[in-house]
Design a binder for this molecule. Structure first.
Ligand SMILES: O=C(O)C(=O)C[C@]1(C(=O)O)C=C[C@@H](O)C=C1
Length: 366
């Protein structure tokens, strides 16, 4: 930025300019919040049981921000700012309650905040099936559970919980997972003989641990946050956990980003009671039970090929009602309202002994 003589502005003038931009931003954000409050009135006038949170609309707003972002901030950074503005606007309409796989400080809490923003009320649950139960009981509006990790694969408890549940998937969020080796202020760093972490995190950092702490005892605990908590009281122990747990328990990072694969990421699902209209860029998840006959897998997959539908994931789990029978969890691009998807689902039904649509939802934006 320069004045009329092409000289760069001095610090005081730049700060003055920032103050006036902030005043303008304040006015605009408040105007936006007023609009959201009016949206709430319109929604309740149309329907007393109106649902205020609209995942398809939020995905569209964030995508538009990313597409139109002129820089110099990158698109994701800008979308994160808008994510928080929208979260605050929704809280003005109606605060949203979200249960997540706890305890506090887990990656699942980080995923919940990334998806809903910090104005959502987030409540830790002790187990995945408890998250499902809280949503089913109506104690919270939505739940957040991990479903797959790029290094370690599928989270079986989540898939199994879907088999017995009538809940819908209303969204997905992908989180880059960075693990750190954490110590507390009482830790003797040269005497670390025990390392706590969740089994999945141990698996994701196996090579690093073999190289740097081959003789330390690896103690598996129920969550990374629990690992971080334990380190507060033991002078010879360290924990492997992420940023949220480090912050929550005030731990120091002795080594950062120790995961073996730099692209290590986990996908989480948002579960709720409502189905979601199309957002323009959606995914659908189904679970299918097949008759045990030759060629069933071909019969199941052929319609996707025929209708040019992009499969994004296929998982097999043992079915709970028969020895050596299986169910398939399938994710693919598109929304149940798309004619091509409707065609595929019709064809899959012909081969399946049972099929359930778990939900159509916007492809994760952030
Ligand atoms: O468009 C709506 O339905 C709104 O309620 C507004 C708004 C927003 O702030 O943009 C807020 C919450 C919804 O989840 C989606 C969008």
């Amino acid at each position: 930025m320069t004045d009329n003589t092409d000289k760069p502005l001095d610090l005081a003038s730049l700060r003055q300019r920032i103050d006036s931009i902030d005043s303008e931003l304040l006015r605009l954000i408040s105007e936006r919040a007023d609009c959201a409050a009016q949206v709430a009135q319109v929604k309740t006038a149309d329907d007393p049981d109106a649902v205020f949170y609209r995942p398809e609309r939020e995905a569209q707003v964030l995508r538009r921000v990313m597409e139109r972002n002129p820089g110099p901030l990158n698109g994701e950074e800008m979308a994160r700012l808008f994510r928080e503005i929208m979260s605050a606007c929704l809280a003005l309409e109606k605060p949203i309650k979200v249960a997540y796989l706890g305890p506090e400080g887990t990656f699942t809490q980080q995923a919940a905040l990334k998806h809903f923003g910090h104005s959502a009320i987030s409540l830790p649950m002790a187990a995945i099936d408890e998250v499902f139960r809280e949503v089913e009981a109506g104690a919270v509006n939505y739940g957040v559970v991990p479903v797959e990790n790029s290094t370690e694969g599928v989270v079986n408890n989540t898939l199994d919980s879907f088999m017995d549940s009538g809940l819908h998937i209303s969204g997905e969020v992908v989180l880059r997972i960075h693990h750190h080796l954490l110590v507390s202020n009482i830790t003797r760093q040269d005497k670390i003989s025990r390392i706590y972490s969740h089994p999945q995190s141990f698996a994701q950092c196996r090579k690093w641990l073999d190289a740097h702490y081959p003789h330390a005892e690896r103690v598996a605990v129920s969550s990374n946050a629990e690992a971080a908590r334990l380190v507060k009281t033991e002078w010879h122990s360290a924990a492997i956990a992420g940023d949220m747990a480090a912050q929550l328990y005030g731990l120091d990072r002795v080594a950062e980003k120790i995961e073996d694969r730099p692209d290590n990421s986990t996908r989480f699902l948002i579960i709720g009671n409502e189905s979601v209209p199309p957002s323009g860029h959606d995914k659908t998840s189904i679970v299918v039970a097949m008759r045990n006959q030759p060629g069933v897998l071909h019969g199941l997959l052929e319609p996707f090929h025929r209708h040019a539908i992009d499969l994004t994931r296929l998982e097999t789990r043992p079915s709970r009602n028969g020895v050596w029978t299986y169910v398939f969890f399938i994710d693919f691009k598109g929304h149940v309202d798309d004619p091509a998807v409707a065609g595929v689902l019709e064809a899959v039904k012909q081969h399946a002994s049972d099929m359930k649509v778990l939900g159509s939802y916007p492809v994760g934006v952030l």
